[in-house]
Design a protein around this ligand. Structure first.
Ligand code: ADP
Length: 497
């Protein structure tokens, strides 16, 4: 019996591979950074071939570190940076241009134009997304328009499009399979999340030939076999999900109303809304969590642009910290922020405000303010931005969130998690293994090949979480939240010219 799963976690700055045992424990990890290209202001590109090579190298290294061979691996799960767009030649397998990364703003004008033409409501209704350069559709259109001969070749069926999952599957299967899953498809702005198919009207709108698009298979299903030339033996690829949805699955958020937040550079909150796609009035996106055995689970998604990155700024921008980890002890050396509020809106405000012009603001400084107060105010800010998104989710769904599950680098900070519990007035569960994203992909693959009989089995595996409970009085919480609102107001006032 094969007792391990291999998770390929293809992120924005690094490719990682983790071998998991069947209890969900990581037994070996490998990671490789790859090149980021910034050819112009606001542009971000990756070399898709370098991505595949780095991913394959980590898979080999993780197997070697674990002392295992491909024959010990029951299945591969893939999770990936979402929306990043690759177009390649079907014959040669070579990308026609560098991959356009989700962060790239080169299609901002195209999106502004869509809004000016009044197309935002149609796009939102069909895809659950607001027109934005993040999503793949305008990136594909850009590649077809700006690469010599590409539009013609695409029409002739000679070019293929894929998000990173699709690109990895294609290469792993030596060009035999061109497929994606609905969690990735729903981030392209071309996928109708109600019909669960590519949307003909949107394809025409963006000038994208249908024949370029991958087949959409269930999130937990057989996508094909990794060619034996890659890892020494054939291994089924049996689970594929975008990174945030994989984290939601890895956190066992299987019930309607379950929410997770990943505290990395930014904060990504996803709420399971069951079999109903819920349109948002509060700036959340409606998207697909996963489709398993033909049944779709929808989610609401909110983003905090700057979370852990605010700690990085204290460290690298201000030199107030030697390490990110130190933030916990320094912030804990004072009982509170001493009335200081820090809004780290370095790149504008995300959910629920969506105000691109607001910038970072620090309010309430006195002669008595110390470094510790500023560090504390930064942890407060990470937690308070999250509370604003949780409020948006509760308001859109009418659901009472039972508990927030947390992961990501900054979730290691105990004080941050306690503040999160206090300000949200919710219990917070932090799993023992914070590899939720990679585990999510492995768990999906394990489900497909029958290593786990149901999501209840998976929920049992992730039950070993540490829980933080709120200790704050309603009055104290109200005071902090009121100060936070006023800090946002003052940042808004400053942004008005
Ligand atoms: P990403 O995947 O977005 O690169 P990670 O999940 O690796 O992010 O988390 C790294 C982020 O978390 C960094 O922005 C860092 O400043 C922050 N971080 C890491 N450890 C801590 C800590 N103990 N306390 C607060 N923030 C932290």
């Amino acid at each position: 019996m094969k007792k391990y799963l291999l998770s390929l976690d293809q992120g924005t700055t690094s490719s990682r591979a983790i071998v998991f045992d069947l209890a969900g424990n990581p037994v070996a990890k490998a990671s490789r950074e790859f090149t980021q290209y910034f050819p112009r202001e606001g542009w971000v590109e990756h070399d898709a071939e370098e991505i595949f090579e780095s991913q394959l190298a980590t898979a080999r290294e993780a197997l070697e570190t674990a002392g295992l061979s491909a024959n010990d691996i029951a299945a591969i799960g893939i999770t990936n940076q979402r929306e990043t767009t690759v177009v390649w030649d079907k014959e040669t397998g070579k990308p026609i241009a560098p991959a356009i990364v989700w962060q790239c703003r080169r299609t901002a004008e195209h999106c502004a134009n869509l809004k000016a033409r009044g197309l935002a409501p149609l796009i939102r209704q069909k895809t659950g997304l607001a027109p934005d350069p993040y999503f793949s559709a305008t990136k594909i259109a850009w590649l077809l328009e700006n690469t010599a001969g590409a539009a013609q070749k695409a029409r002739e069926g000679k070019l293929l499009f894929g998000t990173i999952d699709t690109w990895l599957i294609w290469n792993l299967t030596a060009g035999r399979v061109h497929a994606t899953d609905p969690s990735n498809a729903s981030r392209t702005m071309l996928f109708n999340i109600h019909k669960m198919t590519w949307d003909e009207e949107l394809l025409v709108l963006f000038g994208i030939p249908r024949c370029m698009l991958p087949e959409v298979r269930d999130t937990a299903s057989l996508f094909g076999e990794a060619d034996p030339s890659h890892l020494g033996a054939a291994i089924p690829i049996a689970g594929v999900a975008g990174d945030q949805q994989a984290a939601l699955f890895g956190q066992s958020c299987f019930e309607t109303g379950d929410v997770k937040n990943t505290y990395g550079t930014g904060g990504f909150l996803l709420m399971n809304t069951g079999d109903t796609p819920i349109p948002s009035k509060n700036g959340l996106l409606t998207t697909v969590g996963w489709r398993i055995a033909g049944k779709t689970t929808y989610v609401l998604e909110g983003s905090v642009f700057i979370a852990g990155a605010a700690i990085q700024w204290l460290r690298d921008g201000l030199g107030l910290l030697a390490t990110a980890r130190e933030s916990e002890a320094i912030a804990a050396s004072v009982p509170d922020s001493g009335g200081v509020y820090f809004l780290p809106a370095f790149v504008g405000l995300g959910t629920p405000h969506w105000e691109a012009d607001v910038r970072g603001t620090i309010c309430g400084i006195t002669r008595g303010t110390t470094r510790a107060h500023l560090v504390r105010a930064t942890l407060d800010a990470i937690a308070l931005q999250t509370v604003d998104v949780l409020d948006a989710m509760q308001s859109d769904t009418g659901l009472k969130i039972p508990c927030l599950r947390v992961d990501g680098g900054a979730a290691a900070n105990n004080l941050l998690v306690q503040l999160q519990s206090d300000y949200a007035n919710l219990p917070i569960a932090r799993p023992q293994s914070v590899e939720s994203t990679a585990w999510g992909a492995a768990a999906l693959a394990g489900l497909t090949v029958g290593l786990f009989d149901s999501t209840s089995t998976l929920a049992g595996l992730s039950a070993k979480a540490e829980t933080f409970h709120p200790h704050m009085t309603a009055e104290a919480r109200g005071g902090v939240r009121d100060g936070w609102k006023r800090a946002i107001e003052s940042a808004r006032t400053f942004a008005k010219k």
